[in-house]
Design a protein around this ligand. Structure first.
Ligand code: SF4
Ligand code: SF4
Length: 92
């Protein structure tokens, strides 16, 4: 797993992990956008097509991207805030 080092104040270093990924169940998503606004990396956006429930589901911007290029940290904020439990997070 790639790592980046970010200053954490007082001269300490905090390891920030990247190249995790999420999967969004398009059928469960009701397009509430909670995850879109919650992602600190702005990695989730609204899709252009409707799902079977008549909602515009969201999609992961880094879907299909090479692992070493992904910026998703696997922080799980998106999954925790989703009321439909439509998001799964994969790390490593
Ligand atoms: S796990 Fe974190 S960084 Fe990755 S998409 Fe969800 S909120 Fe964004
Ligand atoms: S929080 Fe869940 S239901 Fe709401 S837009 Fe995101 S994936 Fe869809």
């Amino acid at each position: 797993m790639l790592t980046q080092y970010a200053a954490a104040g007082q001269g300490e270093k905090e390891v920030v992990r990247t190249n995790a990924m999420i999967e969004i169940d398009q059928g469960l998503c009701k397009g509430c956008l909670l995850c879109v606004h919650a992602c600190p990396k702005d990695l989730i956006e609204v899709s252009s097509g409707l799902n079977e429930k008549g909602y515009y589901p969201v999609v992961f911007r880094e879907k299909g991207m090479r692992k070493d290029k992904r910026q998703c940290t696997g922080c799980c904020i998106c999954a925790v805030c989703c009321p439909e439990i439509a998001i799964e997070v994969y790390r490593g």
